[in-house]
Design a protein around this ligand. Structure first.
Ligand code: UDP
Length: 319
């Protein structure tokens, strides 16, 4: 079995590559190293079943060859990170829409099944938690850059389901909720690697807003296991699944937990959203997945406690 991972040098993609290799699969990766990093996959480069193309997914010639030469595609390449999205909205829209269109065109040419990595951001600022797959979405206005991410990923989902409907292409959509683990960088805004780095450096932990907003964090090891199980489940084709943990924690409590685990003397500082992102920035007060569908269909649930994930991240970031 040969899997192609777009965005395979990224945080989640590199863990997925590792997992598939350990399962005995052959793995090809395409990554333009925009947010992905070669060091994430440095330890895989000499593996006999690992292949890398440093290229953008919009290069149709390369995508065509890679799609023809694989059995299944995990499409993870995308613009990620709230900070990057607010700062580079053109890049976000172009990457997420044109890139995904190129991947599906190539996949459909050879009838390759596609697992599309989508996002909990899709649900927007709906206050009806937990979010179930068929719930309505509540997005802010187009004048707020943040929402271009949710809108562009929603177009990706529409496209995937359209290929399934019109051409019978096997697709599975996984909506990932805040995924954490080693190799995730805080450069594009992600809170856990930022807090851990701040705590290890003895710097203040920067909580945005009043810190009462909540998230549910899942370990990347659980997430890749779930993605592969869904990819290998024929009944899951044409379906959308939430993938995440349903343990909710406020960002202020997360900061305290990171300080506790690292034994840091860091303090917590509260930074207004408009200073952290841009004027008028809208955050979600709560984000909790309803994970009953994936549990019912394939028996998957997140198993690794948040404390253990944080400890693994601390170990990977210690100098
Ligand atoms: N956040 C924070 N301090 C930081 C980075 C992020 O308080 O240094 C907050 C952010 O405003 C949000 C939560 O942490 O409420 C999760 O942010 P992240 O960017 O990790 O993920 P997302 O917003 O996509 O859930």
């Amino acid at each position: 079995m040969k899997s192609l991972i777009t965005g395979g040098a990224g945080f989640i993609g590199s863990h997925l590559a590792e997992y598939l290799l350990a399962q005995g699969h052959e793995v090809a990766v395409i990554d333009d190293l925009s947010t992905g990093r070669l060091e994430n996959i440095a330890h895989l480069l000499d593996h006999p079943r690992f292949h890398l193309a440093i290229e953008t997914i919009t290069n149709e010639v390369v995508m065509d060859r890679l799609a023809s030469d694989c059995d299944l595609i995990y499409h993870l390449a995308a613009a990620v990170g709230v900070k990057l999205i607010v700062q580079a909205p053109v890049h976000t829209i172009e990457t997420n829409i044109m890139g995904t269109a190129a991947v599906f065109r190539a996949a459909n040419r050879y009838r390759r099944p596609v697992v599309l990595a989508s996002t909990s951001e899709i649900y927007g600022k709906s206050e009806r938690v937990p979010f179930a797959e068929d719930d309505d979405r509540v997005l802010g206005p187009t004048t707020r850059s943040r929402w271009c991410y949710a809108a562009s990923k929603a177009v990706d989902e529409f496209l995937a389901l359209a290929y399934a409907k019109e051409y019978g292409l096997p697709v599975v959509i996984v909506r990932l909720f805040n995924t954490i683990g080693p190799r995730q960088t805080g450069r594009y805004g992600m809170v856990v690697p930022r807090f851990v780095a701040q705590a290890l450096a003895g710097e203040p932990l920067t909580v945005y807003g009043d810190g009462t907003q909540t998230r549910c964090f899942a370990d990347v090891r659980d997430i890749v296991r779930g993605m592969v199980a869904l990819a290998e489940c024929p009944q899951a084709r044409g379906q959308v699944f939430n993938l995440g943990s349903d343990r909710e924690i406020s960002i202020a409590d997360l900061a305290r937990l990171v300080i506790d685990i690292t034994g840091s003397r860091s303090k917590i500082v509260y930074i207004p959203y408009e200073q952290a992102y841009e004027a008028g920035f809208e955050d979600m007060p709560r984000r909790v997945p309803d994970v009953s569908k994936v549990k019912a269909w394939i028996g998957w649930e997140a198993t690794i406690p948040l404390e253990e994930s944080i400890r693994a991240i601390v170990a990977s970031m210690k100098p």
